[in-house]
Design a protein around this ligand. Structure first.
Ligand code: UD1
Ligand code: UDP
Length: 386
């Protein structure tokens, strides 16, 4: 039996590791341990509850306004101690966060094998997304097994001369998680009613645009240009915007500056004004977020995970980034990069909304990122490779 230690700290890692952890728990070939770095706190806790995962180790790192150095130092010392005190066959990390990259580095220094889920994504620009492009390249350097979600990701790794026998195309585990949630929602009518009730203030006569933004490289002017473009969009009579706001203080400061009194928070106990067009809220739990994605007319986001999920729901995606490491959705015709400049942003969003040929083409429900079976493939691969 091989002991796998999953190391992660943020919301998307929890969502994408959960299906693998849950499957491995039931698999006699593996013993599973989970280390939450605590890079996120409020944004990850509901996911542990939802998936029924109890971390074996919690480094409890989250501090408001934390720097990349704070996170890195905390993961280094905390994980080093765990690896010194426990016999671990492989450390499993996912994606490109600082928790994952430093986790892989500490494993390497301890001569413990590293398994990288969602390996091989590349934008080609080390500063975009920052610091994620570096984090995933660094993780690849120390990984023994590269689990690429798509053929494109595999090609990227081959191009960097990683051995073909260590690279496997599995699909993205985020799609496994999405299928699981959709199953749960469909099987629990009371969950559907509960979630629908929470958003009953949305005006059925308007199209709802769901928005999330949080990338570090966009902080300041680029993110504020996007927000100005959103404000302009919100003036259209046929639209309303729903924006679950990331907890990063920089995102909150820009939203306050640009939206001001033109937005209303839904979860601060205020009476909601039906004439309001921009709704802000705290980060939404995973089930209600999927509900909102499903209800949305269109999605505007800089999130990696949302770009991967939306095509399964047949929702057009405008990606508020200069570059994407997920070109598959653009190639499949379901997403487009949108300029981070108010006038061009507004022009492109309006064009997609108002041109049925473009909108319908982007609404096809076909997902290039996975088929929901990545986790079982991953466990079979680990059984032979570790
Ligand atoms: C991190 C990842 C990013 C990923 C994102 C997912 C890095 C460098 N960045 O960015 O790749 O896309 O998570 O959301 O690893 N905060 C809270 N409570 C929380 C979470 C965050 O208050 O539960 C606030 C804190 O003030 C914290 C700040 O947000 O200091 C930033 O969190 P951090 O994890 O450093 O960066 P993210 O922008 O979330
Ligand atoms: N998500 C969520 N609630 C939200 C926003 C996003 O549950 O309010 C989910 C979303 O469905 C996706 C993941 O969080 O699975 C994406 O996380 P995030 O955008 O924070 O990070 P990224 O994917 O960009 O690294």
């Amino acid at each position: 039996m091989k002991t796998l230690l999953f190391v992660f700290g943020t919301r998307p890692e929890a969502i994408k590791c959960a299906p693998v952890i849950l499957k491995a728990h039931k698999d006699p070939r593996f013993k599973v341990l989970v280390c939450s770095t605590g890079q996120h706190r409020e944004m990850i806790r509901p996911l542990f509850d939802f998936f029924g995962i109890k971390p074996d180790f919690d480094l409890d790192l989250m501090r408001p306004g934390q720097t990349l150095i704070d996170i890195s130092m905390g993961v280094m010392s905390g994980l080093n101690k765990i690896l010194n005190e426990n016999k671990i066959d492989a450390v499993v990390v996912q994606g490109d966060t600082t928790s994952g990259f430093i986790g892989s580095l500490v494993a390497f220094y301890n001569k413990v094998s590293v398994v990288h889920i969602e390996a091989g994504l590349r934008s080609g620009d080390i500063y975009s997304p920052f610091p994620e492009e570096f984090n995933r390249k660094g993780t690849a350097l120390v990984s023994k097994v590269h689990l690429a979600p798509t053929e494109t990701a595999k090609e990227n790794l081959l191009h960097e001369h990683y051995p073909a026998e260590d690279i496997f195309v599995t699909g993205n585990t985020g799609i496994d998680a999405l299928f699981e949630v959709k199953r749960k929602i469909a099987a629990t009518p009371q969950l559907q009613t509960e979630v629908a009730g929470k958003y009953s203030f949305l005006n059925p006569k308007r199209k709802m645009i769901l928005v999330t933004v949080h990338r570090r490289e966009s902080f300041g002017e680029p993110m504020e240009e996007v927000m100005k473009g959103l404000l302009e969009l919100s003036r259209r009579e046929d639209l309303e915007l729903m924006i679950p706001l990331h907890m990063n203080p920089q995102v909150r400061a820009s939203a306050k500056k640009i939206f001001g009194d033109n937005a209303q928070w839904i979860d601060k106990g205020e009476t909601l004004n039906p004439a309001n067009k921009i709704w802000l809220c705290e980060p939404v739990d995973y089930v209600p977020f999927i509900y909102l994605m499903d209800k949305a007319h269109m999605i505007i986001t800089d999130s990696g995970g949302v770009q991967e999920e939306a095509p399964s729901l047949g929702k057009p995606i405008l990606v508020a980034r200069e570059k994407t490491e997920r070109p598959e959705a653009i190639a499949a015709g379901t997403s487009k990069l949108i300029p981070l400049e108010q006038a061009k942003f507004f022009k492109m969003a309006s064009e997609v909304l108002d041109t049925p040929e473009i909108f319908n083409r982007m609404s096809q429900a076909k997902n290039p990122f996975g088929d929901g079976k990545a986790s079982e493939k991953i466990l079979d691969i680990l059984d032979t490779k570790l």
